[in-house]
Design a protein around this ligand. Structure first.
Ligand SMILES: Cc1cc2nc3c(=O)[nH]c(=O)nc-3n(C[C@H](O)[C@H](O)[C@H](O)COP(=O)(O)OP(=O)(O)OC[C@H]3O[C@@H](n4cnc5c(N)ncnc54)[C@H](O)[C@@H]3O)c2cc1C
Length: 333
């Protein structure tokens, strides 16, 4: 019986949560199509994670635990996964549409000479049992329903669009330890590591985002201060990434991160369709913009027509005051 293969992405030694969402969806599809769910996990010291994949829906897990896979070398990872796909011939092959998955998937698809539907938000089965991949097109204005005729059918799926299945520690499956092959070719050589604090915008509950309304890179500190008070993180519109002010991890929008925080504060962002595509599902949106006709106000729950250089320091001041009042009263109590 052929499989639906889910690539289990590892960040360090932990499995990226998108993997569990993919396993949940793969389980649904497998049941309808009469297939089995397999998963492949690669890395170093990751063997202990394999049972988690079974508990979340995999029937079989291929484990490639090897020191040579410690670094995320895209060519090595691609080679190992291509070999596995050639051997087990999955019907469907799913990866997360994370920065790593987006880098890996097209290389695998090219090597397997198959198509790839990137950034899917749903996978459906047509009445006659064919897999339909759903993804936004034209900056999210329409949904495209795509069918791939080549095999395996490959897709990357966005993080947090599918439900994580409940963890069932009584579930049983097969864990197969494999020796990775095809990773000796040193096509990519690591010259050194830059340690950069990475943010996970997709998981953030509060995002304070800045756009071209900011005049200088240094002014991002204003947003940092506000985000710090709200236990949030910084997001930006694409031009700020293009200017090199901040890394792409922070970009919100169609070609960046899709976010759903409880609170999104957009400062000096006009609200282009590409930016809205990444944040319009936030629970609450507050926009600060000095142009009352800025499109972002049409999507905001609260709009502040003001210069951000005036409004943000006032907001920081009020929050600091409120927090110190609260601190004083809780000390008295
Ligand atoms: C294929 C494609 C993909 C793209 N993907 C993305 C994406 O993922 N994310 C993204 O963000 N963009 C993306 N873009 C770019 C997008 O089209 C816009 O150019 C971008 O979102 C505009 O960023 P902005 O709102 O910061 O700048 P602007 O549109 O220039 O808006 C700046 C705003 O700041 C306000 N402002 C100015 N000064 C102040 C002040 N002192 N106080 C308060 N407000 C002030 C202005 O009134 C204005 O509304 C993409 C474009 C393309 C073609």
């Amino acid at each position: 019986m052929s499989d639906i293969l889910v690539y289990a992405e590892t960040a360090g030694s932990a499995i990226h949560p998108v993997t569990f969402e993919l396993l949940g969806k793969a389980g649904e599809l497998a049941e309808r199509l009469g297939l089995k769910v397999s998963s492949a996990v690669l890395g170093y010291n990751i063997s202990d994670e394999a049972p988690e994949l079974i508990y979340h829906g995999a029937d079989k897990v291929y484990v490639y635990d090897d020191e040579r896979l410690r670094d995320l070398n895209v060519i090595s990872y691609k080679n190992v996964l291509v070999r596995l796909a050639r051997e087990i011939k999955p019907e469907i092959f799913l990866l997360g549409a994370t920065p790593w998955g987006r880098s890996l998937a097209p290389r695998i698809a090219a090597a397997l000479d198959t198509g790839l539907t990137a950034d899917c938000i749903d996978l459906q089965i047509s009445e006659d049992g064919r897999l339909i991949q759903v993804r936004p097109a034209f900056t999210g204005n329409i949904l495209a329903y795509i069918e791939t005729t080549s095999k395996p059918i490959m897709a990357t799926i966005r993080y947090r669009v599918m439900k994580k299945p409940p963890r069932d520690p009584d579930r049983r499956g097969e864990i197969i330890a494999r020796k990775p092959e095809g990773i000796d070719e040193e096509w990519v050589r690591c010259l050194g590591k830059i340690s950069e604090k990475r943010v996970s915008l997709a998981d953030a509950e509060v995002i304070v985002a800045g756009g071209r309304g900011l005049k200088r890179k240094e002014d991002l500190r204003l947003l940092e201060e506000l985000a710090g008070l709200l236990c949030g993180v910084i997001g930006v519109s694409r031009p700020l990434v293009e200017e090199g002010w901040i890394s792409k991890d922070h970009q919100v929008g169609f070609s960046g991160n899709v976010v759903k925080p409880k609170l999104y504060i957009a400062c000096g962002i006009s609200g282009s369709p590409q930016h809205l595509a990444g944040m319009r599902d936030s629970n609450m949106i507050i926009a600060i913009n000095n142009d009352p006709s800025a499109p972002i106000f049409r999507y905001a729950d609260y709009g502040v027509v003001a210069d951000l250089y005036d409004a943000i320091p006032k907001l920081i001041h009020s929050l600091t005051e409120a927090m110190s009042r609260e601190g004083r009263s809780s000390r008295r109590a």
